[in-house]
Design a protein. Structure first.
Length: 226
């Protein structure tokens, strides 16, 4: 086990992920403040209308205004994730799948589903508390995930960047730098798309090595049995 490499990759990905997670939390807090201000302004306008003198009756007294209530299901909506969310998710696909971080309607078996985060819309102060617990769990899973991926590389190519874990890390750092440069945040999706393909390659390698290990163990038992 190469524990130094595992600590290095875990540190790099936490350095990238934690600021982006804090940015999403700040965005949620700002959303609640803006909604509270708009609600207070609407209440002041209603109070001003109630104190104002009554307006003359309309010409047609029998005209009635119909109010139509619009409802929507967030589970059926197409979510356009901000670039920072996109980077965190695609840089840490195993941890993202387990937590379903920032998914509007997470599965019950996921961390977000068990804590009830993402199932409340619009967001409330209580839902933000649940979401922060998911954020903390995601950060912990990112550290564990990359410690083992870095400590147990599945391939050892001549060029270090062709190893899936190193390539994903390189794409993640590139996307993070693009997020920091004004006007280039949208370009961060391209390296993260390459990272998603690298995750697919990593999964194929993991399955192949697992099957090969199982086959070797089975053949050894057959030899000893004979």
């Amino acid at each position: 086990m190469n524990w130094r490499r595992g600590l290095l990759l875990a540190g790099i990905h936490l350095t990238v992920a934690v600021p982006l997670i804090l940015m999403t939390e700040a965005r949620d807090a700002q959303f609640l403040r803006d909604r509270a201000e708009s609600t207070a302004e609407a209440q002041r306008e209603e109070a001003a209308k109630a104190l104002a003198p009554a307006s003359p009756a309309p010409a047609k007294e029998d005209a009635e205004q119909e109010s139509v209530a619009f409802t929507f299901d967030p589970c059926t909506m197409w979510v356009n994730y901000p670039p920072q969310d996109y980077v965190v998710q695609f840089a840490n696909l195993p941890a993202f799948v387990l937590t379903q971080w920032r998914v509007p309607c997470p599965s019950r078996w996921s961390l977000s589903g068990m804590l009830g985060a993402g199932s409340t819309w619009p967001q409330t102060p209580l839902s933000l508390v649940w979401q922060k617990q998911v954020d903390l769990g995601l950060a912990q899973l990112i550290a564990i995930q990359w410690f083992f991926i870095g400590g147990f590389p599945l391939a050892c190519p001549k060029q270090w960047w062709w190893e899936p874990g190193a390539f994903i890390t390189l794409c993640t750092v590139t996307a993070f730098v693009l997020l920091l440069i004004p006007g280039t945040g949208a370009l961060s999706r391209l390296p993260m798309l390459l990272a998603a393909l690298a995750w697919l390659y990593w999964l194929v390698l993991l399955l192949w090595k697992g099957l090969r290990l199982a086959w070797r163990l089975a053949t050894r038992r057959m030899v000893h049995a004979d």
